[in-house]
Design a protein around this ligand. Structure first.
Ligand SMILES: [Zn+2]
Length: 462
């Protein structure tokens, strides 16, 4: 059986490898699902001879385009796609209390439709790998995690779903109403089942599961500790929301007598297998502790701005050696949910807070590529364009009106308008071509999503 070979040539190549290699005009050769050559000019004849014996060669002239690694999203809630635009001017706690009752009515049909839409849009914004944090499991909702997995298979993105959870209802001092929380034993059983059913730890895996109790104000310390034990026994990663708002700081001071980071530390929840969403309210001591333990942070600047949560100290985190990736978060707290948009937002937010040198355009792109790969434990496999890595590649068209003539292609991509996505390859397969989704019908996905969203709007009488 022959292995298909694709040669992308004539494009600018920004590899994001350890040396920062960039080629004004270069090539990327893909054999099957692996990158087999990257470099300047045309592909060396030797690489094509080897390719010719491997199978049929498809050469694509992509001059006028910029090749980057496919972008990696490290924080999201796909199910929220149908509740975008609600509680539009609220704080995090106000927003959550308005939305919990709506989310309590979700079922597999709604989640699969909304996850498909959210994933399709992520792909159109250059995302080849995404995590999902699903933490609301209504009693009669069905297999919601399975619904997100089905959506990811359909769209074709590399998927890292986390089995989220909440077990601290209002009557026990938590924020969520009692009817959206689950019993701790049921959560642990479902988490174990999700790992057994879906987790694939092979090097070219398209599906890896993690565990993600929701936040200090919606889960018990017992659940956090037991989830960590379960995850570590099974060799999967841990994720949660942390240090997002000043309200959360106050909650932790009142209930635990410490900061959010000290609280997680006391439960064995810091380590290189853990990444935390937000990390906005961190003092110098907390940043040093995250760096020392190898704990990662998923920076979500649009969501932090939308909810007025504060400004993440990205520059200080990176300078201290904390591993940082980017997340679109949302979808209901960040209606845009564009990953390339988040790269731009991260750059501008860091500079607005910390001055012009707080985040370079290449530094921001690094967060969305190798930074994300490190948080997901995939830095050997994805995050840069290098021979031997998996073929997750974004090709951005930079020769049209908004970008033609911009001197630096990375500045054009990061600071300019969102360019048309000429191609998105995931695991060597074409997901987007000429800014059009190949795997799903975009109009049909949008129409289905709007219908499901209307059903959710009716729940709150909007
Ligand atoms: Zn979130």
């Amino acid at each position: 059986m022959s292995t298909p070979v694709t040669v992308l040539e004539g494009c600018t190549v920004v590899t994001m490898d350890g040396q920062g290699s960039e080629y004004a005009s270069g090539h990327v050769v893909v054999t099957g699902n692996v990158i087999t050559a990257v470099g300047p000019g045309s592909p060396p004849p030797a690489s094509l001879e080897a390719s010719a014996t491997a199978g049929a060669v498809r050469r694509i002239d992509v001059s006028g385009c910029l090749a980057t690694p496919g972008l990696i999203n490290t924080h999201h809630h796909l199910y929220q796609w149908g509740t975008r635009g609600m509680a539009a001017d609220a704080t995090l706690f106000e927003w959550l209390t308005q939305l919990y009752p709506v989310w309590a009515r979700m079922d597999t049909g709604i989640v699969e439709v909304q996850a498909t839409a959210a994933l399709a849009w992520l792909a159109k914004t250059g995302c080849s790998t995404t995590m999902d944090h699903h933490y609301v499991f209504p009693k009669s909702g069905g297999d919601l995690l399975g619904a997100t997995v089905a959506a990811a298979r359909r769209v074709g993105v590399r998927f890292h779903p986390t089995r989220g959870s909440m077990d601290l209802g209002e009557s026990s001092g938590g924020l969520p109403p009692d009817d959206v929380v689950e019993d701790r034993d049921a959560i642990l059983l479902a988490s174990k089942a999700a790992i057994e059913e879906f987790h694939d730890d092979s090097p070219d895996s398209m599906l890896r599961v993690g565990l993600a109790p929701c936040s200090p104000f919606s889960v018990t310390g017992e659940l956090l500790a037991e989830a960590a034990e379960l995850a570590r026994g099974a060799g999967v990663r841990l994720h949660t929301h942390l240090a997002e708002t000043a309200d959360e700081d106050r909650y932790c001071a009142e209930h635990f007598g410490c900061t959010p980071v000290e609280y997680l530390d006391s439960l064995g929840w810091l380590g290189d297998d853990v990444w935390l969403a937000h990390g906005v309210h961190l003092d110098d001591g907390a940043i040093a502790r995250l760096a020392a333990t190898g704990t990662g942070v998923a920076h979500c600047p649009s969501s932090n701005g939308r909810l007025g949560a504060g400004v993440c100290r990205t520059h200080d985190l990176v300078a201290a050696g904390v591993r940082v990736g980017l997340g679109v978060d949302g979808a209901a707290s960040s209606e845009e949910c564009s990953l390339i948009g988040e790269v731009r937002q991260a750059t501008l937010t860091a500079r607005a807070a910390g001055g012009p040198h707080a985040m370079s355009v290449r530094g921001a792109l690094e967060l969305a590529t190798m930074g994300g790969a490190r948080l997901l434990g995939r830095d050997e496999e994805i995050g840069s364009l290098e021979a031997g890595k998996l073929a997750d590649i974004a090709l951005w068209r930079l020769d049209t009106l908004p970008h033609a003539g911009i001197a630096d292609p990375v500045a054009a991509l990061v600071l300019g308008a969102r360019p048309p996505l000429e191609l998105l390859l995931v695991n060597g397969k074409m997901i987007v071509e000429r800014d059009r989704l190949v795997t799903v019908d975009e109009r049909e996905v949008a129409a289905n999503s709007a219908r499901a969203a209307m059903a959710m709007h009716r729940i709150v009488g909007q």
